[in-house]
Design a protein around this ligand. Structure first.
Ligand SMILES: [Zn+2]
Ligand SMILES: [Zn+2]
Length: 346
């Protein structure tokens, strides 16, 4: 196809030479450039069409794995994205298919769980944000945290089952074809904004002195958090602040379930990362939420938007953590790039 368009462009170039033999060479050059640009656009569209056809085929295979039953795709598929050992147990008992999604998510969390439980490999300690805290985590405390987190993941699965009729009502679908990329992207933007809105205001509410001691204090037992502590919370907090912010966006937008799956996996990964207390190169920065676990009274949101609006990031912006709150590229730790004058702060 590329050769065809190149030939076409060449032929038109020759024609322009023939018809404009008395004209300037600039005209010929512009004509050829325009044709080559057209070729590039057509080729790009061609690749996008081929990629879309490929993705649609893969999606049909996934639907087939779920026996082409919509309820299975909605409820169980989402449970798989909300993953925990308990949801795996339910999932395997009930259907026993499509473990690939589960394993891909588990690989991320199990890496941090191994690191937190054993304190190995040691060379990763230099990336720790709060130096020497919870390396390794005290076993009884670690197991208690895992138990609570898995219980909460089970709650998330139950919530998805309850929300299934509402999902159907707002037009969420799993049917092929997949939505166009631009639409998926727009839905993603909406998910991020809705997530920030619900998480920020519910989180601030949970910090009200009257409610804090009964509900949110539990999550703040982890001043130096670990990745699995992302789901270490009172059940009410887990439903309102952790599960709902992720699900309301897709429900409001009536999104395709494939887009929702990608969103849930990325969001879960990011939440674990924000609690892991390690600032690795290339990865997004956990400094913002880590600061909240240390100071309690700032950085309530997920991405900083509403903290900026409500000025609940004033002290954070003056801190060394704010300078380090970037995605960086290099082998060394972020503390080498932005060393602190205060030795207590590394
Ligand atoms: Zn937290
Ligand atoms: Zn808090």
């Amino acid at each position: 196809m590329f050769a065809h368009y190149i030939c076409n462009a060449r032929q038109k170039e020759l024609n322009s030479v023939a018809y404009n033999s008395s004209g300037s060479s600039i005209f010929i050059f512009k004509n050829t450039l325009f044709e080559l640009q057209s070729c590039t656009v057509v080729l790009t569209m061609d690749y996008i069409n081929q990629a879309t056809a490929f993705l649609n085929l893969q999606w049909s295979n996934i639907l087939h794995l779920f026996g082409n039953e919509e309820k299975n795709v909605f409820v169980i598929g989402k449970c798989v994205c909300h993953l925990s050992l308990i949801s795996l147990f339910i999932y395997v008992c009930r259907k026993g298919t499509s473990l690939v999604l589960f394993l891909s998510f588990c690989a991320v969390n199990s890496f941090f769980m191994f690191l937190d439980f054993t304190g190995k490999p040691k060379f990763l300690h230099k990336y720790k944000i709060q130096k020497d805290k919870n390396i390794p985590v005290e076993p009884a405390r670690f197991l208690h945290c895992c138990r609570v987190a898995f219980r909460n993941e089970l709650l998330s699965c139950g919530m998805v089952m309850l929300l299934y009729p509402i999902m159907k009502y707002t037009g969420m679908t799993c049917q092929a074809p997949l939505p166009p990329i631009w639409k998926g992207f727009l839905h993603f933007v909406a998910f991020v904004l809705v997530d920030e809105f619900i998480f920020y205001y519910s989180h601030r509410l949970f910090h009200h002195p009257f409610i804090y001691k009964h509900i949110h204090k539990m999550h703040h037992e982890w001043i130096a958090p670990i990745s699995i502590a992302a789901s270490y919370a009172h059940p009410i907090e887990h439903i309102v602040s952790n599960a709902l912010p992720l699900l309301v966006g897709p429900i409001l937008m009536g999104s395709h379930i494939a887009v929702v799956w990608i969103w849930l996996v990325i969001a879960q990964f990011e939440t674990c990362l924000h609690h892991c207390n390690y600032h690795f190169p290339v990865m997004s920065s956990p400094q913002f939420h880590d600061y909240h676990h240390v100071k309690f009274n700032e950085c309530f949101g997920t991405n900083g938007l509403l903290d900026w609006v409500h000025k609940t990031d004033v002290q954070f912006k003056k801190s060394i953590q704010a300078k380090r709150h970037i995605t960086y590229y290099g082998i060394g730790p972020i503390t080498k790039l932005f060393p602190s004058k205060d030795k207590k702060e590394n």
